[in-house]
Design a protein around this ligand. Structure first.
Ligand SMILES: *Cc1c(COP(=O)(O)O)cnc(C)c1O
Length: 482
C-alpha cells in the first residue's frame, strides 16, 4: 500500500496489527524541506495473512492448524511430476499444463515444492509468477544455454580437501552436511550433488554419514586458521535434531572455530517448521545458546528471493527466532522476472529488515544449466544495486556479489576489471583468494546480439573474445596500487 497524496502526517498506518496515527509536524517545520518524496512507502509492512491456501482445490478444506503444522507440510510436499500435475489440473489452462509437463521432462533438478509455496503462487497468472519461476520449469520458457555453462561452475569440488568440505578462503569453509532440501530450486548451483538423480545427471552423494562427518571435523581441527564454518548442503532444515547437535557441539568445541552458520531456505518456503518442530528448533536454539556461553556466534542464513515469500507466518517464525536471540541473515539470488526490477528488490530488502532478517547478499545468478531464463546481465545487477543502496539502513543493505566461476569466490559486482557489454564477458580478480588469476562471468546467451551468439559457437572466435577480455582486464589491473 502506498499513501499517495500529500505528506503522511495525520494518516493512519498499521504496525503489528495495531493502528497508529502519525502526528502532524509542528507548524514551523517544512516536512519536505530536504526534498524527500512526498509520500512514504510502507508496502513492506503489508504481510500476507489469512487462509490464502484455500484457493487451491487440493487445500481448500485444510484448517489453519493443519496448514501450520510442518509435518503436514512435509507429508504433502509435491515430490513427483504426476502429483504436481494432479494438484494443478483443475486450476490451470491446458496450455500451461502441457507446458509444465514438458518442462519437467527436461529439467536437471529434482522436484519438491511445499504446499506453502504452492499456495503463494498466483495460479491465475502462472507464467509471470515469481515463485512459479523459481520452482516449476516450463518448456516454453526454456532458453538456449550459454556455451560456457557446466555442472559445478564454481568448482567447489576442486577446492575440496575432504569430500563434502570446500576450503577456498583462509579462515572460512563450507561444509556440505547433506544433499536433500525441503524444496528443490530449479536453479540450484549444487545440482551436481543435491536432490536425487535426474535424467541427465548422476549426482555426487553427500550422505549424512557419521564417518564422513568425522573426517570433515578432523580436517577442521587440523586447520587452526579456520574460524568460520558454513553448514549447508542440501539444507539444514532437513538435518535431524541429533545431527544439528552433533555438528554444532563438535564445531563449537574446536577452539579456533569462532562462528557457525546453518544455511537453510526453510524460513522462506516452510516457516511453520520453526513454530511447530520443537525438536529441530530446540536443537538449533541449544547450539546457539551453547555458542553464546562460549562467546561464539551461531546464526541462521536463509534464502528469501521475493517479497511474496515473506508472510505473516514468516513474521511469527522470525519473531520467535529473534526473541530467542537467534540472528538470521538472508542470501537472495538475483533472477530475471523474480526480483530484477528495482522496486521489487527494495520491497524485499525492507520487508526482510522489517521481520528482523538482515539482507546479507544478493548473488548474481550462477552459471547453471537449463535456467538461462532466470539469469540477468551483470548490467542489470549494477543498476538495481545502485537503486537499492540508500533506501534503508546501511547494515540492512545487501551486498551484490558474483561468485566468480572457476573458484575465485564472491566478488562485489561493481569490482570487475573489465566488462564488455557486447560479448557479455566480465572479468574479475581475487587477489586474496587466487592471486594472479582471472575469472570470467558471462551474460545470458539470449541477451547477446545474433552476431555475437554466432561468434560464441565458433571455437576460434570464442577463444578470441575471451582472450581480448582478458587482455583488457590485465591493462586495468596494471593500474592497481597493490
Ligand atoms: C560463500 C562461501 C563461504 C562463506 O563466504 P562469506 O562471504 O563469508 O559469506 C565460504 N566458503 C565457500 C566455499 C563459499 O562459497
Amino acid at each position: 500500500m502506498t499513501i499517495q497524496e500529500g505528506t503522511n502526517s495525520g494518516k493512519t498506518y498499521e504496525v503489528d496489527g495495531a493502528e497508529h496515527r502519525a502526528p502532524a509536524p509542528p507548524a514551523n517545520v517544512n516536512a519536505n524541506a530536504s526534498g524527500f518524496r512526498e509520500e512514504f512507502d510502507i508496502e513492506h509492512r503489508d504481510l500476507r495473512g489469512g487462509e490464502f491456501w484455500r484457493r487451491i482445490p487440493a487445500y481448500s478444506q485444510v484448517p489453519t492448524e493443519m496448514f501450520l503444522d510442518h509435518t503436514w507440510q512435509l507429508k504433502n510436499s509435491i515430490t513427483s511430476v504426476d502429483k504436481m500435475l494432479d494438484t494443478l489440473r483443475d486450476i490451470v489452462t491446458q496450455e500451461f499444463y502441457d507446458d509444465m509437463k514438458a518442462g519437467f521432462a527436461g529439467a536437471p533438478m529434482a522436484v519438491r515444492v511445499s504446499p506453502y509455496v504452492m499456495s503463494l503462487i498466483d495460479w491465475d497468472k502462472p507464467y509471470d509468477d515469481p515463485l512459479r519461476r523459481q520452482f516449476i520449469p516450463l518448456s516454453s520458457r526454456l532458453l538456449e544455454d550459454h556455451p560456457e555453462l557446466h555442472l559445478d561452475t564454481l568448482k567447489e569440488q576442486d577446492d575440496s580437501p575432504v569430500f563434502g568440505l570446500t576450503h577456498r578462503y583462509q579462515d572460512k569453509a563450507l561444509f556440505l552436511a547433506l544433499d536433500i532440501c525441503p524444496v528443490y530450486c530449479r536453479y540450484c548451483t549444487r545440482s551436481y550433488a543435491v536432490g536425487f538423480d535426474t535424467h541427465g545427471v548422476e549426482k555426487v552423494k553427500l550422505a549424512q554419514d557419521e564417518k564422513r562427518y568425522q573426517s570433515v571435523f578432523e580436517y577442521i581441527r587440523s586447520q587452526p586458521q579456520l574460524e568460520d564454518i558454513v553448514v549447508s548442503g542440501g539444507d539444514a532444515y532437513m538435518l535431524r535434531p541429533a545431527r544439528i547437535k552433533l555438528i554444532g557441539e563438535t564445531l563449537l568445541n574446536i577452539p579456533h572455530v569462532r562462528r557457525i552458520r546453518f544455511a537453510t531456505k526453510g524460513p522462506a518456503i516452510m516457516p511453520m517448521k520453526i513454530l511447530t518442530d520443537d525438536a529441530w528448533y530446540g536443537a538449533v536454539r541449544d547450539v546457539v545458546d551453547m555458542g553464546r556461553r562460549m562467546h561464539k556466534e551461531v546464526v541462521v542464513h536463509t534464502h528469501f528471493s521475493h517479497p511474496n515469500e515473506c508472510t505473516e507466518i514468516s513474521k511469527r517464525a522470525m519473531d520467535k527466532l529473534f526473541a530467542d536471540g537467534i540472528r538470521c541473515r538472508n542470501q537472495a539470488v538475483f533472477q530475471r522476472g523474480v526480483n530484477d526490477d528495482p522496486d521489487t528488490m527494495v520491497l524485499l530488502t525492507r520487508r526482510l529488515a522489517y521481520v528482523n532478517v538482515q539482507p546479507y547478499y544478493v548473488y548474481m545468478h550462477d552459471l547453471v544449466q537449463g535456467v538461462e531464463d532466470l539469469r540477468t546481465t551483470l548490467q542489470k545487477g549494477i543498476d538495481v544495486e545502485k537503486y537499492v543502496r540508500g533506501t534503508t539502513a546501511g547494515f540492512n543493505t545487501p551486498n551484490f556479489v558474483v561468485d566468480a566461476p572457476g573458484g575465485g569466490g564472491k566478488r562485489q559486482l561493481h569490482s570487475y576489471e573489465h566488462y564488455d557489454r557486447e560479448t557479455g564477458i566480465s572479468v574479475y580478480t581475487a587477489p586474496n583468494v587466487k592471486p594472479g588469476r582471472f575469472f570470467l562471468y558471462f551474460d545470458p546467451f539470449d541477451t547477446l546480439s545474433e552476431q555475437v551468439r554466432k561468434a560464441w559457437k565458433d571455437p576460434k572466435q570464442r577463444e578470441e573474445m575471451k582472450q581480448s577480455a582478458l587482455e583488457a582486464a590485465k591493462r586495468e589491473v596494471g593500474h592497481s596500487t597493490l
